[in-house]
Design a protein around this ligand. Structure first.
Ligand SMILES: [Zn+2]
Length: 464
């Protein structure tokens, strides 16, 4: 029975068990889920307890690694060849073998939302993809520290709060909570830490001081700017050259800047804005510095994965590299990982373009996991075209999956005694083995979720 349900368990990795029962009769009949925090050890018990499963230790210590492992503790009949995990790195523009800096451990920082409105499905895509990556790394038995920040001090938040006549920090706190509620619906595991800018001012100010002391920044009228000319590697992530940033092409050229591409580390406060005291006068941080500072607090200057949506490659992540290296020479990120856009028609879904659909609007109409299935149905680096037709198709597919899983579980319960003692016929064992091998292979290939999902078609059809 354990072997036969092995592939069912794998589905948890991508979809996880439905937390409640909304809109789908099949979902309503499913048993309640274990708590999210306890889900993975329960699903992959051997990954936690069997030392021979320890992929991470073998990967990092030498090139020799287990050629196979059993997927359950009851039989050696079915084994899975593990493919080495390869992850695409935006910096090198290649898929690379995944080798963390510390054997068995992974540090991952993902840029979170700027909290001034309800989150849209572009934000859902970032969260769901990095949740799948987080679950997959845990499945590979890595000990993962996952940090996802909230930007709760920002121009957009201040502008929105002023419009509404509210306190900016109260407004952002409200939308942080709304985002967390969306994450529960989408069955995203909570990150290890979720730091906010407003509670890390000392660390941010200290990093700016360090950058100034090291000669990479300058002060003008209470503002602090990073000098891109001092950092010859500027542009390495995005491939942009400094000479591409011609004065006059930008929206507004600030004549106080030494180079138009210089960016603010600290902004002096204007009337009516929230501010914090600093050595350069009252003000608040520029957007980019927060992630350099907060990642170093929780993961150190050198860690494994830094990610976010592809729109963050430039300028946000380019500027982060410059700041972090300017503050600490040892700063180093192993893999820069970016997911693609969600488009509506031919345009990127964004708040600024006003063409966004909120997570809330979608899950009012569909089961939240239908949105999750829709998002992971496309490889994370490709663009997703949002359409109601596709969401409908994901919803139908989810219903089919739940119903099949439910029927399957009921059958297994009915015949559980026989299945525990009976040996698995060779053709079924071969089918399960093939499924698991291909499933592992597709996730090991740069988290190729569409292929992993497609793997379920054959066993589902066989069951039907
Ligand atoms: Zn960031």
């Amino acid at each position: 029975m354990a072997q036969a349900t092995g592939w069912l368990r794998h589905y948890y990795l991508l979809l996880s068990w439905p937390p409640g029962s909304r809109y789908l009769s099949a979902a309503r009949r499913l048993p309640p889920s274990p708590s999210l925090a306890n889900a993975l050890p329960a699903l992959f018990p051997k990954a936690r307890t069997n030392p021979s499963f320890s992929l991470s230790a073998t990967l990092s210590s030498s090139s020799s690694r287990p050629s196979s492992h059993t997927t359950n503790g009851t039989s050696a009949d079915i084994s899975v060849s593990l493919s080495e995990f390869h992850l695409h790195n935006t910096l090198t523009k290649r898929k690379e073998p995944f080798r963390p800096k510390v054997p068995g451990k992974v540090g991952m920082y993902v840029c979170g939302i700027t909290a001034y409105d309800l989150s849209h499905i572009g934000h859902a895509r970032v969260s769901v993809f990095f949740d799948v990556l987080y679950r997959y790394l845990k499945h590979l038995n890595y000990e993962v520290v996952y940090v996802r920040n909230f930007t709760d001090v920002d121009d957009k938040i201040i502008a929105r709060a002023n419009e509404l006549g509210e306190d900016p920090l109260s407004l952002s706190s409200f939308y942080c909570d709304e985002f967390l509620s969306d994450m529960v619906h989408l069955n995203c595991l909570p990150p290890t830490v979720e730091p906010r800018v407003s509670t890390h001012m000392n660390e941010i100010i200290n990093m700016i001081k360090q950058i100034l002391d090291n000669g990479y920044a300058y002060i003008v009228d209470g503002d602090v700017y990073f000098s891109v000319d001092k950092f010859p590697l500027y542009g390495q992530l995005s491939g942009r050259r400094l000479e591409d940033n011609q004065p006059g092409q930008r929206v507004a050229v600030d004549s106080r800047k030494q180079n138009p591409a210089d960016f603010a580390l600290w902004k002096s406060s204007k009337h009516g804005e929230p501010y914090w005291e600093s050595p350069w006068g009252p003000g608040r941080p520029g957007w980019h510095i927060e992630c350099s500072a907060m990642s170093s607090v929780y993961l150190g200057h050198s860690f494994d994965i830094h990610g976010g949506g592809v729109d963050l490659v430039f300028p946000h992540h380019e500027n982060e590299i410059a700041q972090s290296c300017a503050a600490c020479k040892e700063s180093n990120i192993g893999y820069w990982v970016h997911n693609g856009f969600v488009d509506v028609g031919s345009e990127k879904m964004s708040k600024s373009l006003g063409n966004f659909v909120t997570i809330r609007q979608v899950i009012d109409l569909y089961h939240p996991l239908a949105l999750r299935l829709f998002l992971i149905g496309t490889h994370y680096r490709s663009t997703i075209n949002y359409s109601k037709v596709q969401l409908e198709a994901s919803s139908d597919r989810l219903y089919y999956i739940f119903q099949t899983l439910l029927d399957c579980e009921n059958s297994l319960v009915q015949y559980s005694k026989d299945l525990t003692t009976a040996s698995i016929p060779k053709d079924i064992a071969d089918c399960i083995n093939k499924f698991q091998v291909e499933f592992e292979k597709s996730l090991a290939d740069d988290v190729h979720t569409p292929v992993a999902l497609a793997m379920f078609s054959e066993p589902f059809e066989a069951y039907q």
